[in-house]
Design a protein around this ligand. Structure first.
Ligand code: PGA
Length: 253
């Protein structure tokens, strides 16, 4: 059985000193137990330093973004090769903040997912509906579209390099998490779409994470659900105690 995956998305937070200190503490905690596979996603400038702290430990490194060209005149962008050099084995793709604030489209998300696979980096693809879409009863439609478009050209054997994170936008940073039932039904839908699209894949092994206001208080219940294979944690990953509590709660999966 695969370990649950707990990813800390630090977003645009922490100084270099704060980041390496926090990474050291998380490495220490995570290496003393095997509750979950833990991955940290610091900002670009922190990848090298945090990568050095995590090297040789069981804790993985993720970039929060990258650009899907090998090199060239792309001012301000960072390539797959560059993030790999810092030790990244994972990359977050299509986070709703990238989609909403920086105009990332489903097509770009797909290109990035394919580029990550090509470079042997696991793509953590984020999908999620807005509050308006949920109220209008469009959640399933929106998720289906995002998942299908993100996975165009992804072959069965590539699915090992794909993780999907269901992050309802209304739950991100709001303190209002999805209920277990709400998350469960969307996770089931995602699993079904992937199974249909990539028939013959061992779809049970696809990791589907929940993200959106995950805290030490709600993670136990969320992670107990068999469809929820881990968590993508924002705010609560910035504090050692809350993040370790979340990792620990993966114990009874
Ligand atoms: P949050 O963020 O845990 O602070 O809601 C989650 C995310 O955006 O990945």
């Amino acid at each position: 059985m695969k370990l649950p995956l707990i990813v800390g998305n630090w977003k645009m937070n922490l100084s270099a000193k704060e980041a390496t200190e926090l990474a050291c503490k998380i490495r220490e905690f995570a290496n003393k137990n095997s509750y979950a596979k833990v991955v940290l996603a610091p900002s670009f400038t922190l990848l090298q330093g945090v990568g050095q702290v995590l090297a040789g430990s069981g804790v993985g490194l993720a970039s929060q973004n990258f650009f899907c060209q090998e090199k060239g005149a792309y001012t301000g962008e960072v390539s797959a090769g560059m993030i790999k050099e810092t030790g990244c084995e994972y990359v977050i793709v299509g986070h709703s903040e990238r989609r909403q604030l920086f105009g990332e489209t489903d097509e770009l998300v797909n290109k990035k997912a394919l580029c990550a696979i090509q470079n042997n980096i696991t793509a953590i693809i984020c999908v999620g509906e807005t509050a308006e879409q949920r109220t209008a009863g469009k959640t399933f439609e929106v998720i289906e579209q995002q998942v299908r478009k993100a996975l165009v050209g992804v072959e069965n054997q590539d699915l090992e390099k794909i993780v999907i994170a269901y992050e309802p936008i209304w739950a991100i940073g709001t303190g209002e998490n999805a209920t277990v039932d709400q998350a469960n039904e969307v996770h089931c839908l995602i699993r079904k779409i992937v199974a249909e699209k990539n028939s013959g894949n061992k779809n049970g092994s696809l990791s589907i994470l929940y993200g959106g206001s995950v805290t030490p208080d709600n993670c136990k219940e969320l992670l107990r659900d068999p469809e929820i294979n881990g968590a993508l944690v924002g705010g609560a990953s910035l504090k050692i105690n809350s993040f370790c509590d979340i990792i620990r709660s993966a114990d009874n999966k």
